[in-house]
Structure formats: structure tokens, C-alpha cells
Design a protein around this ligand. Structure first.
Ligand code: KG4
Ligand code: ZN
Length: 340
């Protein structure tokens, strides 16, 4: 095969989804995700079960990704994998697999930061909106992160705002659990909120200085509010679930948008890209479209396929690292905590 093209196989296994993707340069040839429904029964991800499910899924998922791409493993130029952050046992399954395959094929290995990948997902060439120009601001919102990042190039990223406690996805999941919703509650809240009145209930917003976030106060406010109302009417949540979800989601979106407005003012940058699981939320997507129309921002909202954890975003980082010849050696270790 001609070697002007770079073929990357990427593997993502940081949490509870096993995913593999194949890219030719910056274009996706395949992207497969195996979800682990086993955690639903426990109301959250059980790390030991997650790593076992990854072990079961990884070979068929990689096989599917290669077959769909029409690529033999001998055609690959390099293998990229998620180094962290994430659940250690889950990360180890992906990294061990990537290392063995790269070693067997005698091709380079590329380690990728999961949150950098959520940001660079905007550079996947899908013939849709072109990638954002540098510099831009990234709002990364997931089950483990809530950050505002100034992105100066593919590799230079500076965190200018961070959560002091819970991540926004965690707030969705924990508050949803209090309302009796299953795991993960984020998408369920989003769906129910569409039928509810966002102004029916009000929850106070945290008072945090600068560009940092806090969600633990909101979580406590929701808990006390539900306890109080349930005392008077045990069916309160069930009878008002849509309005509760809409009001909660509105508060979260306002918290995020307030900080983004502040970040735009401080940096003078009004190109905004969002990433991470919570970027699938219709409230935040609509608020950004609104900001484009009313404030003149230039917003980049990922396709749903690239919002949740996926290997395509790992592959695009792999591609840029390949161009820079940034390879890692086989002694590299997975990192549950990994600063950007
Ligand atoms: O990025 P991700 O797949 O995994 C992490 O790296 O954490 O994000 C998962 C998080 C979960 O907390 C989930 O509830 C949330 O993203 N999420 C949503 C929506 N879809 C996923 N939150 C609100 N609205 C959604 N539509
Ligand atoms: Zn993620």
C-alpha cells in the first residue's frame, strides 16, 4: 500500500464504553462503540465490571472497525490509545491491547489524553463545518470534567477555569438519581426537560469567583428541596418530574453560559467549541446557538457521535501526533489522573 496516507487504529476504553476507530489521515473510515449496559442495574459504573466487559469487547470491536474500514492490520501506520484520565482497570485493557498489537506489527504507539481528544474531535474531517481557527475556547463538560480551556494550537492548551468539586455530568447523574432516574441520568433529564417548564422551580446558582465552577451546592439544594416537598407529598417528584428536569437543566446551562460569557470577555476570544458527554445536552446546544445569533459568537458543537466517549476522537489526536512523530515507548503507563 502507498505510504503517503497515514492509517491510524485508535482505541478508547477510559470508562464504560469500548471503542475502536480507523482513520485515513484526518478522515474517519470507521468508529465502533460497545456500550456496557451492565452498570445500569447499579446506578453507576462499577470499575471491576467495566474492565471485564472491556476485555470481552475489545477484540470484536477492533475487528469490526478494521473490517468496516476495509483495512488489514498490516496496512496500519500506528496505534493510538487513551492513556488517561479514566478508570485505571479500564485504561489498562485498552493500553495493553494497543501495546501488544503495535509490538506484533512493529509499528509506532501513540498515547492520547482523553480530554485533549474531546477538544480535537472538532478537527475530524467530516465535510461539515470546518474546524475552529486558533485560538479558541473549549468548554469540556463530561462525567469527570468541567473546564474552560484556551486552545492555542493542537497541543498548546491552557486550563483557565475548572470545577472546584463535582463535574457537571456528575451533577446531572447524581441529581437524576435523587429524582429516581436511572444511570446515566443526563440524557434522561434532557429528554424529560423538553416537556417541562424551566421556570417552574428555581435553584440558586453558586457564587464562585473567576472562571471556576462548583456544582456540589446545587446538588445539595436539589436534595433538600426534594426532601422538603416529599414530606408534604410523597408523589411530588413523580408528579412534577418534567418541570423538575427542565428547571434543573436551565440552572446548569445558566451556570455554564455565565462562565463562558466571562471567559469571552476576559480573553477577547469568541470562538467556542464544546466537547464531552454533556455537550450532547440540548439545553447547552441551544444556548450556544442563541449566543451565535445574539452575541455574534462562533460556536462549534460536535456531532452526537463525537460527544460521548469514542475512539474517533482518539484517532484524530493520533493523526496530529503522528505528523509530529510524537510516539511513545512501550513502558508508558496508564494514568487515572492526568492533567491536561
Ligand atoms: O464524556 P463522557 O461520555 O464520559 C466521561 O468522560 O465522563 O460523559 C458522560 C457524561 C455522563 O455524566 C452523562 O450523564 C452525560 O455525560 N450526558 C449528558 C447527556 N448525554 C450524556 N448530560 C446531559 N444531557 C445529555 N444529553
Ligand atoms: Zn469523555
Amino acid at each position: 500500500m502507498e505510504n503517503e496516507n497515514i492509517y491510524i487504529l485508535a482505541i478508547e476504553s477510559s470508562c464504560d464504553d469500548t471503542s475502536a476507530a480507523v482513520f485515513r489521515n484526518n478522515k474517519k473510515l470507521s468508529n465502533f462503540i460497545a456500550n456496557q449496559s451492565i452498570h445500569e442495574a447499579y446506578g453507576g459504573v462499577v470499575p471491576e465490571l467495566a474492565s471485564r466487559a472491556h476485555q470481552k469487547n475489545i477484540v470484536p470491536v477492533v475487528d469490526q472497525a478494521l473490517k468496516t474500514a476495509g483495512i488489514k492490520k498490516e496496512d496500519l501506520s500506528a496505534i493510538a490509545f487513551t492513556k488517561g484520565p479514566g478508570l485505571l482497570g479500564s485504561l489498562l485493557v485498552g493500553s495493553s491491547f494497543a501495546k501488544s498489537l503495535a509490538m506484533g506489527l512493529n509499528i509506532p504507539l501513540i498515547d492520547v489524553h482523553h480530554m485533549q481528544a474531546h477538544i480535537l474531535a472538532h478537527f475530524i474531517d467530516d465535510n461539515e463545518k470546518p474546524a475552529p481557527q486558533f485560538p479558541f475556547l473549549a468548554l469540556t463538560i463530561s462525567g469527570g470534567h468541567t473546564q474552560i480551556i484556551k486552545v492555542s494550537n493542537h497541543f498548546k492548551m491552557e486550563v483557565i477555569g475548572n470545577t472546584l468539586d463535582d463535574a457537571v455530568g456528575e451533577a446531572f447523574d447524581k441529581c437524576g438519581k435523587m429524582m429516581g432516574l436511572g444511570y446515566p441520568a443526563g440524557p434522561l433529564i434532557d429528554k424529560l426537560a423538553k416537556q417541562g417548564d424551566p421556570d417552574r422551580f428555581s435553584f440558586s446558582k453558586p457564587n464562585v469567583k473567576g472562571l471556576d465552577f462548583s456544582f456540589s451546592g446545587l446538588k445539595t439544594a436539589v436534595l433538600y428541596f426534594l426532601q422538603k416537598e416529599r414530606k408534604q407529598n410523597p408523589e411530588f417528584v413523580e408528579e412534577n418530574i418534567e418541570d423538575l428536569c427542565a428547571s434543573f437543566q436551565k440552572t446548569v446551562v445558566e451556570i455554564l453560559m455565565d462562565k463562558l460569557r466571562m471567559a469571552v470577555k476576559e480573553t477577547g476570544i469568541n470562538r467556542i467549541a464544546i466537547g464531552g458527554g454533556v455537550s450532547a445536552n440540548s439545553g447547552i446546544r441551544n444556548a450556544l446557538k442563541d449566543a451565535e445569533n445574539k452575541l455574534g459568537w462562533d460556536c462549534y458543537i460536535p456531532n452526537f457521535e463525537y460527544c460521548l466517549d469514542n475512539a474517533a476522537m482518539i484517532a484524530i489526536v493520533g493523526y496530529y501526533k503522528y505528523l509530529n512523530q510524537e510516539f511513545t515507548d512501550f513502558s508508558t503507563t496508564s494514568k487515572a489522573r492526568f492533567e491536561l
